[in-house]
Design a binder for this molecule. Structure first.
Ligand code: ADP
Ligand code: MG
Length: 275
């Protein structure tokens, strides 16, 4: 049985008064591609930041490669991140660097390799995403789909054991989306990289995942291998799958009473003056 690369154990995480994770537990096995699906605002990006050690849980632990991320020193964290590639939601390329320089960036930061060797490694990764010919272009000269592919080449630059994809399909046209789907599949197959895809695009994500978690209200509300999404009849899973606006998962972000808030706001600007 494959060992766990990532494990969340009863993680509690709050931001201000809002509880984002309320006892979240899940496991990601080495070598698998795992989807974490959930509505917008359910904490998917937060979850990736907990894995990368950018955030720390208030309670519980996040274990990566057998180590409690919150207990690592700066150096150990740097070491751990070297083995993680991240494809950000926004693409997040450096706009004043060329495609080549963007992909070379992690190699320059994390290794002492010679310029010649870095050049070869960058070109291999750009070839893998089909953009070797675009190496001298700047991000502003690329389409959305190409930007995402460069970001993937950069995430792969150090041959990390784990790649985290944050909403990799958002904002892409169907053709560009198909290319990214295929690339994620190929990276997993060829490099045996563990993949975590967080997304609210159910279809595309489920199709390339070995295992799926659905999170809502700070917890896992369903999990299983690919087919379970279609079969699970629990109302919360059905609501998420069928996109029903009303159901057990609340549509509204927790807020103070609407009428009360409007009244006090209005009073503040002096719309109601009963004196
Ligand atoms: N910097 C922040 N400050 C305060 N609240 C935040 C911040 N970032 C995210 N949140 C809140 O945390 C919750 C989870 O956010 P996020 O992880 O980005 O969700 P998702 O990626 O699933 O859309 C959201 O309700 C959001 O409003
Ligand atoms: Mg997000």
């Amino acid at each position: 049985m494959a060992e766990d690369l990532v494990r969340f154990e009863n993680v509690v995480y709050r931001r201000g008064r809002k509880t984002i994770f309320d006892g979240l537990s899940l496991r990601i096995k080495k070598g698998q591609t795992v989807a974490i699906l959930g509505p917008s605002g359910s904490g998917k990006t937060t979850l990736l930041k907990l894995i990368g050690g950018q955030l720390r849980p208030e309670k519980g632990s996040v274990i990566v490669n057998g180590k409690d991320v919150a207990a690592l020193s700066r150096e150990e964290l740097f070491e751990l991140r070297r083995d993680m590639g991240m494809l950000f939601q926004s693409g997040a390329l450096f706009t004043d660097l060329t495609v080549f320089e963007n992909v070379a960036f992690p190699l320059n930061v994390h290794t002492d390799l010679s310029a010649d060797l870095i050049r070869d490694l960058v070109l291999i990764k750009l070839q893998a995403v089909g953009l070797r010919g675009a190496s001298t272009l700047y991000p502003s000269e690329l389409s959305g789909g190409m930007l995402r592919r460069v970001a993937l080449a950069r995430a792969m630059a150090l041959d990390p054991g784990l790649i985290m994809y944050d909403e990799p399909f958002t904002g892409l046209d169907p053709i560009a989306m198909g290319v990214i789907v295929e690339l994620i599949r190929r990276v997993a197959e060829v490099y045996k990289t563990t993949g975590i895809i967080v997304s609210h695009d159910i279809e595309e994500t489920a199709n390339i995942s070995d295992y799926i978690y659905i999170i809502s209200d700070g917890r896992v509300i369903g999990e299983g291998e690919r087919g379970f999404l279609r079969e699970d009849q629990s109302p919360r899973i059905r609501q998420f799958m069928d996109g029903l606006p009303d159901g057990p998962v609340p549509f509204h972000y927790p807020a103070t009473d609407y009428a009360e808030e409007m009244l006090t706001e209005n009073q503040k600007v002096g719309w109601f003056n009963f004196d």
